[in-house]
Design a protein. Structure first.
Length: 388
């Protein structure tokens, strides 16, 4: 990927791009801005975009319609995409270099999505079938493949090997999710001095609540803690998906019902019913004392790269997370926080209590988090994209 002709780069995003974004939108928004600063010309096409969203300093930000795909793929030197069928076809048609971004192995999210009706079961089977077809096309026509961690790299190398594309094994490149180069700045209060005391210990759950996360074990732990003390709080930064075409998962409704049943809502558990705007996330992150991410022991966890962890690094937050994913290994090895076994409420209670009560330990975690953060700056990662 070191050819000098890769000056015009098109990102095709499968998600929403706007002021409120989830991981896929953030990834291309930030990589695009970092590449523009390095002298490249960048355009972004997305499944959905916010109206009146400024494209400056990008050449263009717009919807991935057939017309836009034709226009902007023709103008580009290479196309970075997760693998939408239409964008794959047009990229092949015009003979463009195709960089397939596999940082989010969605097949495991699909496998762990709960179905509650016959229609949902059929849709899940269809999505799994289409994924198989898409992966074969990706393996055949991809020039470079991006992954977020070593486990994902092994997974993709296995797929390429099984399908016979052994000459492409060296084309699998590590390019993890990143964090903003800008220093986080607090502009307004979210909870402190309004709904909670300045002396309360505040955890933050960044991102949404999906089927592959386990907020229920957290509610169990908080119910135990609340019976003993009232100075430990948590803030969920966004329940409604940022993409206006997405539907909330049933797990979110169940979570709200359980929080109410345990009488945690409004005194221990605080929530933003919408999605926090990307440029406003520092407001709640800088109020927090630690970040938390909890998941189940399954295949999704094994191959995941938790993008919300990067915001914790960005804000210098110690981390509490479940064991089983690549970030848990990193947190244990580097002393960034505490890891707990999945579905173990007692261990989670102990972890939260220690993080709340041991200020010296918390500060030592903060220092180590800040030391690691520089390696994940988007400007650093963008360099990997263009140099390989």
């Amino acid at each position: 990927m070191s050819e000098p002709r890769l000056n015009k780069i098109l990102f095709v995003c499968n998600d929403f791009v706007g002021r409120s974004m989830a991981g896929p939108g953030i990834r291309y928004w930030e990589l695009g801005h970092a590449l523009v600063k390095k002298g490249h010309k960048v355009a972004i096409l997305a499944r959905q975009t916010e109206k009146n969203l400024s494209s400056d300093p990008m050449i263009f930000i717009g919807q991935a319609s057939f017309r836009n795909l034709i226009v902007w793929i023709r103008r580009s030197d290479c196309v970075v995409q997760p693998g939408r069928p239409l964008s794959i076809f047009v990229s092949i048609l015009f003979g463009k270099k195709i960089i397939f971004d596999q940082y989010d192995p969605v097949i495991f999210e699909v496998l762990n999505t709960k179905t509650h009706s016959f229609r949902e079961k059929i849709r899940k089977k269809a999505m799994m079938f289409l994924w198989k077809v898409r992966q074969r096309i990706i393996m055949r026509f991809g020039d470079v493949f991006l992954v977020a961690n070593e486990k994902q790299k092994d997974l993709l190398i296995g797929q390429l090997s099984i399908l016979g594309y052994t000459k492409k094994l060296d084309s699998v490149k590590l390019l993890p999710f990143g964090l903003s180069d800008a220093v986080p700045v607090k502009n307004r209060s979210i909870l402190r001095g309004i709904k909670i005391s300045d002396t309360d210990f505040l955890l933050v759950w960044g991102g949404g609540i999906w089927d592959w996360f386990d907020p229920f074990i957290l509610l169990q732990a908080l119910a135990v803690i609340q019976a003993q003390r009232n100075d430990i709080k948590i803030y969920f930064s966004g329940l409604k998906p940022p993409n206006p075409t997405s539907q909330e998962m049933t797990v979110c409704e169940n979570f709200l019902a359980e929080a109410n049943r345990l009488k945690l809502t409004g005194n221990t558990v605080f929530m933003n019913p919408e999605w926090t705007r990307y440029d406003e996330r520092s407001d709640y992150l800088l109020e927090a004392d630690a970040g938390i991410s909890l998941h189940y022991d399954n295949l999704e966890t094994r191959f995941a790269f938790r993008t919300r962890i990067l915001d914790y690094l960005w804000a210098g937050l110690p981390i509490i997370c479940s064991k089983g994913d690549c970030w848990a290994d990193e947190i244990e090895m580097r002393g960034l926080g505490i890891t707990v076994p999945p579905k173990n409420a007692d261990a989670l209670v102990a972890a939260i209590m220690r993080m709340a009560d041991d200020k010296s330990y918390r500060e030592s975690c903060r220092r180590r988090v800040s030391q690691l953060a520089g390696a994940y700056r988007w400007s650093t990662l963008a360099e990997k994209l263009i140099t390989g």
